[in-house]
Design a protein around this ligand. Sequence first.
Ligand code: OGA
Ligand code: MN
Length: 319
Amino acid sequence: MTEVNTLSAIEVIPTGCALGAEVRGVDFAKPVPDDVRDEIVRIWGEHLVLLFRGLKLDDDQLLATAELFGGQQAAKSRDFFLQAGVKPGENDRVATRPAITIISNVDNFGKAGIASEADRSHGLKWHSDNSYVEVPPTGSLLHAHVVPAKDGGGATSFNNQYLAYENLPDEIKAAIEGKHCVHDDHRNTSAILRPTKKQPKTRYDITGPSHPLVRIHPVTGKRALYLGRHYEWPSSYIVELGDEESEAMLAKLWSAATDDSLMWSHDDWKAGDLLMWDNRCTMHARSPVDHSQARVLHRTLIKGNPVISAWDKPSAAAE
Ligand code: OGA
Ligand code: MN
C-alpha cells in the first residue's frame, strides 16, 4: 500500500492555470495528523482549489473532513426548503444530515412544489457559495459519487478573485473603495426563485446581507473581489450607488471577475474526486449536464468566520 497522510507522501501538481492543484498522498477516510492538516491548509492558501482523487468518503467522513478545516455549516438553501414544508430526507437538498447537500440530477426524491427543480442538470452561474448569508462558509467540499461520461457536461470551473481585484484598473479600485454590495438571497444558484420568496420589483425588495466589495483573506492577508452572484436587476446592488451607477459598476466588476485568464475548469470529473475550494477568494460555475446521464455529488460547507472588510484597514496597508 502506498503511504498516505504523511508530509513526505504529499505531492502537489498545479494545474498551470490561475488557480487549482491536484494533491496526492492524502486520504480523508484515514486519520489526518495535525502537521498534514496544516500543510494542506498551506497548499490551499497557495492554490485556492484542491483536487483529491480516488477517495471513497461516506457522508460522515465528508463532514469529518469539514471539521478538520474549521467545522460544518448547513447550507442556507436548506432553511428555505424547511420553511416550505419539506422534511429532512424527503428532498435531495434537505438530506438527513443538516450540513450535507446532495447535488444530483437524479430525481429520486421528487416532490410536488419543487417540480421546477426536479431536473437539476442545468448550468450554474458564477457564484461563491452562500455569500447571501451574514457569515458565508470558508470553503466547500464536493465529492463525486456518480458522474457522466467525459462528454456529458457538468464541468466545474473556478476563477481567482485575488487576481480579479489586482487586475482592476486603478480608477475602478478607487471607485469601489469603501463600497458594499447587498447579496441577493431570492434566487438559487440556477436563478430559480426560492420557495418562500416573491419576485423582487425594486432594490428595496432585495433581501440579503451587505458585504464589502473587497474582502481580506484571513490566512493570506490579500485582497479579493467579493461579488457573490448577480442576476438581472433588481438583484444584488451596490449600497452606496444609485440603481444605474450600481448596475454599470457591477457589469464592469463581473466582467473583470469572470475573465477567462483567471479560470481553471475541472472537466474530467471521476467518481471518487473531492474538490475543496475557498469561497473567500474564488467563484465557481458549472456547465449544463447531459440529463440522460446521472450525476450525483455530495457537498458540505466548511464553517465560515465573519467577513473581514478591506475597508476596515487603511488602504495603504493593502499595497
Ligand atoms: C456547489 C456547486 C457545482 C457542480 O455544489 O456549490 O456549485 O459542479 N456545484 O455541481
Ligand atoms: Mn456552488
